[in-house]
Design a protein around this ligand. Structure first.
Ligand code: SF4
Ligand code: SF4
Ligand code: SF4
Length: 217
């Protein structure tokens, strides 16, 4: 079997949250690293012992515990936005690998709890620290009944959904990047990076203005 096929088979075992806690940019990158023996099989925190066992069987390796340097995570958790402090900067939308956040510029944002894997990638970019990860059962009162139904999907179906969402976001980004490449002249490319930095600075400015300061500490 080619290493590409092995990587694809390994990828099917991985949970597909695209959370990067293994130290790789996405599940497939970790699968590729395992397929060429560049990574150990015990780095996927959301997959836990079950995934390590499956990878051990597939690669004829010995079952080992989760790497001690990797923090265990719980797939039974979700992000919640404290809308009182959301300034609508959209930075969390950019950070979410599976399109589980909705909202438009300068408007309150919301988490699609039926989709959210609780990976936490949206937390660091939030300038007002208004996103928290909570156990699913603790957030039940804030989750719409329709979302609760979707949460009852089995793990394989959730992983399939996460992969579809991630692939579609990647495809969108690639298309947008290709369009930008065509439109932007070489001398204007630097100003695009500056405008992203300006966007973050502007979000921080709005946040400071709206908050008294204690929430930002
Ligand atoms: S789900 Fe596992 S393999 Fe995928 S990115 Fe997260 S830690 Fe890595
Ligand atoms: S909303 Fe946040 S915690 Fe949920 S999947 Fe997206 S980045 Fe991860
Ligand atoms: S990053 Fe924080 S402040 Fe910005 S839109 Fe998301 S939740 Fe709101």
């Amino acid at each position: 079997m080619s290493s590409k096929k092995i990587a694809a088979t390994i990828n099917e075992i991985l949970p597909q949250t695209q959370c990067q806690s293994c130290g790789y940019p996405d599940c497939y990158a970790y699968a590729e690293a395992i397929s060429v023996s560049r990574a150990d099989i015990n780095r996927c925190a959301p997959g836990g012992a079950k995934v390590i066992q499956a990878l051990a069987e597939l690669t004829n390796a010995t079952m080992i515990p989760l790497d001690k340097d990797i923090k265990p995570t719980d797939l039974e958790s979700t992000a919640i936005i404290d809308e009182e402090f959301c300034i609508g900067c959209t930075l969390c939308i950019d950070a979410c690998p599976i399109d589980a956040i909705i909202g438009s510029a300068k408007k309150n944002h919301s988490i699609l709890n039926s989709l959210c894997s609780g990976c936490g990638l949206c937390l660091p970019p939030c300038p007002t620290n208004c996103i928290n990860i909570v156990p699913l059962d603790r957030s039940v009162s804030q989750i719409k009944p329709a979302s609760l139904q979707l949460m009852k999907l089995d793990q394989a179906s959730r992983s399939k959904l996460w992969k579809e969402k991630y692939d579609s976001k990647q495809a969108r980004h690639e298309k947008k990047a290709a369009e930008m490449e065509k439109r932007v002249s070489p001398e204007n490319k630097n100003s695009l990076h500056i405008s992203k930095a300006q966007r973050i600075a502007s979000a921080m400015k709005i946040a400071r203005k709206r908050l008294t300061g204690s929430h930002l500490n």
